[in-house]
Design a protein around this ligand. Structure first.
Ligand SMILES: Cc1ncc(COP(=O)(O)O)c(C=O)c1O
Length: 377
């Protein structure tokens, strides 16, 4: 299912083979190709990469060169982009809940497009980013998605008009509607259903003199794990006619892919550091696990990374894959099919590891809180 053949993986590893594991390889050519495919699939849309999916400056540089814009979630992410020369006009602050200091810094930097989903967020924007363009996050069904987001975000259904009227009252500029169909969504019609849900909201706003300019269809584009998924072009072929049918020429389009741009490009190289038989399962212990980049393999997230090894000619049998930490939750796979003789010292490659892996080190551009130890002279 990975876009890389075994030979391509070998090629990507060629110059890095001697490196001590673990390490994450990101295929720059594939990143570039994906950026081009997204831009071609949405020729009149603004493709904004969701930086939270992978915040490595070299990845962001490639996307900047390829003409992508960016969805940011914090001042930390904005700073990383600013250091690469990305102008504020190429950024949209789509996190519905923002740190107040981040709003102020973003506004001062020149960002004038912000998402919201509550009155409080509108109050914050009115005082810290006066006159900004505001985009209302609407709840939509997340059917078809592996990682739904609908519970945490979105304007309470039925409150959309009230909130936009309130935004007007506060001197903010009602600018658009946005939604997220949930990460790793395999159903292109999820986006169509979401647009159909937006339509009556858009009409009600128009009837009340609120004329929006933008629809932001969020992320959700799937990467290739162990099952078939629609390609970005297929999803675009569902979104674009629905947008035209429901909104005609009135709505500009933003799309915010994260996983769909970077997931396939990542290969985590790891080494087996232990093997054990526990009950009726075979366990392999790797030198990398859930707490150092492969969090989405944990039961809670349930993503099934494709995993390969370089051993040839042995039958494939199921293994539980665990990370090196002393935490029992540090398990990233329950049924990785690997050669039966695999053991201590063998290399393992975890594929489709380019999204929400290295960015966890400073997730959403936010570092860890500082620690204060009291009672020390
Ligand atoms: C506002 C927003 N846009 C886009 C994305 C990217 O989503 P995905 O990686 O599923 O494409 C996210 C992910 O959380 C998000 O919160």
């Amino acid at each position: 299912m990975s876009p890389h053949t075994y030979e391509e993986i070998q090629q990507l590893l060629q110059t890095n083979r001697q490196l001590e594991t673990p390490f994450l390889i990101l295929d720059g050519q594939l990143l570039r190709a994906n950026a081009r495919r997204f831009r071609a699939a949405f020729p009149n849309g603004q493709v904004c990469f969701a930086v939270k999916a992978n915040n490595d400056p070299r990845v962001l540089q490639i996307f900047h060169e390829e003409g992508l814009h960016f969805d940011v979630a914090s001042w930390g992410e904005i700073q990383t982009l600013a250091n690469l020369g990305v102008p504020a006009s190429n950024m949209v602050f789509s996190a519905p809940t923002k740190l107040p200091r981040d709003i102020a810094r973003a506004y001062k930097f020149g960002i004038h497009r912000f998402a919201f989903d509550t009155r409080i967020e509108l109050d914050k924007l009115a005082s810290l980013a006066p006159g900004s363009n505001v985009i209302g996050r609407v709840t939509v069904d997340n059917d078809g998605s592996h990682w739904p987001l609908e519970r945490k975000f979105g304007i309470e259904p039925g409150q959309e008009l009230d909130l936009f009227l309130y935004a007007n009252q506060l001197g903010l500029n009602p600018y658009g509607l946005t939604f997220h169909v949930g990460s790793q969504n395999k159903d292109p019609h999820a986006w169509v259903r979401a647009l159909e849900r937006l339509h009556p909201i858009w009409l009600a706003l128009e009837e009340n003199g609120i004329h929006l300019s933008i629809i932001n269809t969020g992320g959700g584009f799937p990467a290739h794990f162990n099952e078939p998924v629609p390609e970005m072009e297929e999803i675009a072929a569902a979104i674009l006619p629905a947008l035209e049918r429901l909104f005609g020429q009135k709505a500009g389009l933003i799309v915010e892919p994260g996983r769909g741009l970077v997931g396939d490009a990542g290969i985590m190289a790891a080494t087996v550091i232990n093997r054990a038989r526990r009950g009726d399962s075979d366990w392999l212990y790797l030198d990398v696990g859930a707490f150092h980049g492969l969090i989405e393999g944990m039961d809670f997230f349930g993503f099934q990374y494709p995993v390969i090894s370089e051993r040839q000619g042995e039958p494939l049998v199921p293994f539980v894959l665990s990370g090196p930490t002393c935490d029992s939750a540090d398990v990233i796979h329950h049924q990785a099919m690997l050669p039966s003789g695999i053991g201590y010292g063998d290399r393992v490659y975890v594929l489709t590891a380019g999204a929400y892996s290295n960015s966890l080190e400073k997730y959403n551009g936010m570092g860890f809180p500082k620690t204060i130890v009291t009672g020390i002279d």
